[in-house]
Write a protein of this length. Structure first.
Length: 135
């Protein structure tokens, strides 16, 4: 078909863009293609454990031979926050902490993290992504 990229958005509890896991979708696309870039637009970090995002994104990056473009965001739909029982006022803090943790997970061996929402001690996330510094 001649496409250079594919991007997929995460949404929950709606027919609008009903992909609840962009990384699962990205892994599927990676298995069925050989050259196109695969992007997430976006993984909604406040809804996920950042260690899980770091692991899964690294795995997709490896499976795709370095074709993952990881886009992350906070989201904007109040009903998603409401149904996940996460106060929308926490979205900025959860996003910031999650992104800091993901970057540490990909660039450091064992690391600690002390935040308002996440406290981690001696975590070594594997695998590390193929792309440097990150997907």
């Amino acid at each position: 078909m001649g496409f250079d990229q594919i991007w997929v958005a995460e949404h929950h509890f709606t027919r609008y863009g009903s992909v609840p896991s962009t990384l699962t979708f990205a892994a599927y696309v990676a298995a069925r293609t050989k050259r196109i870039r695969i992007g997430t637009a976006v993984v909604l970090l406040p809804f996920w454990n950042p260690l899980l995002v770091a692991e899964e994104a690294a795995m997709v990056d490896i499976l795709s031979d370095g074709r993952l473009d990881l886009g992350v965001g906070r989201g904007y739909q109040w009903h998603e926050y409401q149904r996940f029982n996460i106060p929308m006022e926490e979205s900025r803090g959860r996003f910031t902490e999650s992104l800091e943790i993901i970057k540490k997970a990909w660039t450091e061996k064992a690391f600690d993290y002390e935040g308002q929402y996440f406290q981690l001690n001696g975590v070594n996330v594997l695998p590390k992504p193929l792309q440097k510094p990150h997907p």
